[in-house]
Design a protein around this ligand. Structure first.
Ligand code: SAM
Length: 275
């Protein structure tokens, strides 16, 4: 199914690059449309390059970037190269000036090619490729001290060629899959469930709380009843094992750098299939 190879144009928290082999081994033999309602950096999307794909994410700035790369790749590359070229001697001050410009445009909802270029620039130059906003919705991740180039031109052109065949949606996962039909394949990679259920903060990470995980499990059941092939990945936690106890749950190991307060389940993820 693969055509030209394409790599994700951003680094994204929870990126599935490490799990591609295990995911590939468990794909349905045949399916019609491919749905990815929590697309993030699109590691699985770009690996599969399904001909008939629908992708979605709740992050408007991320989805704007997908749309700009799809529609105006050359302009996008030019803008991004310009940002790279203008890098000041003091990379740190330059990064913070672009972060401010990015936030300014975001607050004015200027979803254009310049915002997309700024989004990729700050993703490549911020700490760990994290996307985090404060209570006012302002991006607040610090500089990672790098002066690297923000994109590979050829990769952006190949990405654009592939995205021309893809339907891109911004919003909640349920709405994005509303037209899924029997025989379609849905890959669910939501924000992670908390590893440490006593930590209040981890419950609300990325705005995806326990209720959201429950809502997702209910939706997974609905899509199963509709006859869709469903695959879902998450941490190997009690919550996830309970929510999906009626399906096939495979535990897989991943290498993960994680801070010291994590539980001893760190490094284990689950791949859950309804087929
Ligand atoms: C674990 S990441 C996906 C990572 C992706 N598979 C990759 O390889 O880069 C989860 C994504 O879900 C998105 N998200 C959070 N809540 C959502 C919602 N209610 N509906 C759709 N997307 C949501 C986040 O913006 C984030 O990009």
């Amino acid at each position: 199914m693969n055509s030209s190879s394409v790599s994700p144009f951003i680094k994204w928290a929870g990126g599935k690059r490490q799990l591609l082999k295990q995911i590939n081994e468990r794909l349905p033999e045949k399916y019609n449309r491919y749905y990815e309602p929590f697309v993030g950096g699109g590691a699985v999307l770009f690996d599969l390059q399904s001909a008939n794909a629908v992708i979605n994410d709740i992050n408007s700035s991320l989805i704007n970037t997908y749309n700009q790369i799809k529609n105006v790749p050359v302009e996008f590359i030019e803008k991004l190269n310009e940002l790279d070229k203008m890098m000041w001697e003091d990379g740190k001050a330059y990064y913070y000036s672009l972060r401010e410009l990015y936030n300014d445009k975001l607050m004015k909802s200027e979803f254009d090619v310049e915002l997309a270029a700024l989004f990729v620039f700050i993703n490549k130059h911020c700490f760990n490729g994290l996307y985090r906003v404060n209570g006012k919705g302002l991006f607040n991740v610090p500089y990672n001290n790098s002066r690297r180039k923000s994109c590979e031109e050829e990769n952006i052109i190949e990405t654009s060629n592939y995205l021309k065949k893809v339907t891109i949606i911004q919003g909640d996962f349920e709405k994005a899959c509303q037209n899924a039909e029997k025989g379609d394949f849905i890959f669910f990679d939501s924000p992670y469930a908390p590893l440490n259920p006593t930590s209040f903060e981890s419950y609300t990470k990325e705005g995806f709380d326990i209720e959201s995980h429950e809502r997702l499990a209910k939706f997974y059941k609905e899509m199963t009843e509709r006859g869709c092939y469903c695959m879902l990945t998450n941490h190997n936690t009690e919550l996830i094992n309970n929510l999906y106890k009626d399906y096939k749950i495979d535990v897989v190991s991943v290498k993960r750098m994680i801070n010291s307060d994590a539980s001893n389940r760190v490094g284990e993820e689950v791949i859950i299939c309804n087929y």
